[in-house]
Design a protein around this ligand. Structure first.
Ligand SMILES: Nc1ncnc2c1ncn2[C@@H]1O[C@H](COP(=O)(O)OP(=O)(O)OP(=O)(O)O)[C@@H](O)[C@H]1O
Ligand SMILES: [Mg+2]
Length: 350
C-alpha cells in the first residue's frame, strides 16, 4: 500500500485558472519525490493541497491510510518549508528551530539537544540568538530548513527551499537535505524547477507541465527514457538535439540526408529524432556535415555547437581538444543514444 495516495486531484482557482488537471500519484513510505516543471505548471498548488493550505476542486488525498483531503493542516502531521521562508520574527533563530518541538511536546532538555544538533549541522550556531530580520536571505532560508528538519513529520513538503541561496550553498544544502533524508527516511515531496537539483535529490522525479504529470520515474529513467518530447527537453542541459524528418522504407531521412535505420515502431511519415549531446561525436566523417559555431569549454568537457543544413546540433566532446569556430566538421550519432518521438503527439516511440 502506498503511504501517500493522490487520486484525480484537480484545482481550479476562483479566477478560472485550472492549475492542476487531474493528478494520480502514489508515494511509498520513506520515498523522496521531486515535483519538477516550469513556472506555473502547478507544483506549488499540488504541494499546498497536500499540506491542506488549499482545498482541491476534485479528487482525494490519502496519507498513511487515512483520507485527509479536507482535513485542517494542523491535523495532518506535515512539515512544510515555503518558497519564501516565513520565520517567526519575534523569535530568535534557536527559538524558531525549537518551535515545532515545543508544539509536539518534546521535553526541554531533549529539545535543546536536538536544536543544538540541527544548528550545528547547518552551520547556524553563531546565529542562534539572532532575530530573523538581522539575517541575510540565505541565512533565513537555512533557518527555515533547520526548523523543517528538526522534527520527523509523517510527510515533509518543501517548496523550492534553496531558492534564494547562491550556487555553492545550494549544492551544500542539497547534499545535507539528502543526507538527512537518507538517515531519517522521512517521506518527502520537494518542489523545484531546477532539473539538476531534482536529479541529485530524487528517488523519483515527477515531471509536470500544464497541471498534468508528464512522467513519474527514477532520475535515470527520466533522462534516458523520457516519456515524451516535453520531458526530453526539460531534463538535460544543454538540451537534447532534435531533428525532424521522414521515415521511408525503414530509413530516417532528414533534409536529404539518410541518417540510418528508423525504429520498427515508426510508420512511414514524420518523426522526431532525439539525441543528447554526449551521444554526438565530431570528426572528419559522419552522418551530417556542418560548421562549428561555438566551442564552450566547461572544465570536464566541451560543448560544441555546430550549424548543419537541417539545424543546430550540440555535441559534448573531450575537454582536451579545442574546436575552431568556422571549421568544417562531420557529426556522428551513437545509435544507442538515439530516441524517437511521434511528430504529432510528441510521445516517445519504443
Ligand atoms: N491563489 C491563486 N489564485 C489564482 N491563480 C493562482 C493562484 N495560485 C496560483 N495560481 C495560478 O495557478 C497556476 C499554477 O501555479 P503554481 O503556483 O502552482 O505553479 P508553480 O509550478 O508552483 O510555479 P513556480 O515555479 O513559478 O512557483 C499558475 O497559472 C498560477 O498563476
Ligand atoms: Mg511554485
Amino acid at each position: 500500500m502506498s503511504f501517500v495516495a493522490i487520486r484525480g486531484l484537480e484545482k481550479t482557482y476562483p479566477g478560472g485558472t485550472r492549475a492542476v488537471r487531474g493528478i494520480d500519484l502514489d508515494i511509498a513510505e520513506g520515498e523522496f519525490v521531486v515535483l519538477l516543471g516550469p513556472s506555473g505548471c502547478g507544483k506549488t498548488t499540488t504541494l499546498r493541497m497536500l499540506a491542506g493550505l488549499e482545498l482541491p476542486t476534485a479528487g482525494t488525498i490519502e496519507l498513511a491510510g487515512r483520507e485527509v483531503t479536507h482535513l485542517r493542516p494542523a491535523l495532518r502531521d506535515i512539515g512544510f518549508v515555503f518558497q519564501f521562508y516565513g520565520l517567526y520574527p519575534h523569535m530568535t533563530v534557536a527559538e524558531n528551530v525549537a518551535f515545532p518541538l515545543e508544539c509536539a511536546g518534546v521535553p526541554r532538555e531533549e529539545r535543546q539537544n536536538r536544536v543544538r544538533y540541527m544548528l550545528e549541522r547547518l552551520g547556524l550556531e553563531p546565529l542562534a540568538s539572532k532575530y530573523p530580520r538581522t539575517l541575510s536571505g540565505g541565512d533565513q532560508q537555512r533557518v527555515a530548513l533547520a526548523r523543517a528538519m528538526v522534527r520527523r513529520p509523517a510527510l515533509s513538503l518543501m517548496d523550492e527551499p534553496l531558492g534564494t541561496l547562491d550556487a555553492e550553498r545550494r549544492a551544500e544544502m542539497a547534499e545535507l537535505i539528502r543526507a538527512q533524508q537518507i538517515q531519517q527516511r522521512v517521506t518527502t515531496v520537494y518542489v523545484t524547477h531546477d532539473q539538476e537539483e531534482a536529479m541529485r535529490l530524487a528517488d523519483r522525479i515527477v515531471v509536470m507541465s500544464g497541471g498534468e504529470i508528464q512522467q513519474a520515474a527514477s532520475p535515470m529513467e527520466v533522462y534516458d527514457s523520457p516519456a515524451n518530447r516535453f520531458v526530453a527537453h526539460f531534463v538535460g542541459s544543454p538540451a537534447m538535439n532534435e531533428l525532424r524528418g521522414r521515415v521511408e522504407g525503414g530509413r530516417f531521412l532528414c533534409g536529404g540526408a539518410d541518417l540510418g535505420p528508423a525504429p520498427a515502431s515508426a510508420a512511414t511519415g514524420e518523426v522526431l529524432f532525439g539525441v543528447r549531446p554526449e551521444h554526438v561525436s565530431l570528426g572528419e566523417e559522419g552522418h551530417l556535415h556542418g560548421e562549428v559555431l561555438v566551442d564552450e569549454y566547461v572544465g570536464s568537457s566541451r560543448f560544441v555547437y555546430v550549424q548543419t543544413a537541417v539545424g543546430r546540433i550540440t555535441a559534448r566532446v573531450g575537454a582536451a581538444e579545442p574546436w575552431r569556430p568556422g571549421a568544417a566538421v562531420a557529426l556522428k550519432f551513437d545509435g544507442k543514444g538515439v530516441r524517437w518521438f511521434d511528430a504529432a503527439t510528441g510521445r516517445r516511440l519504443p
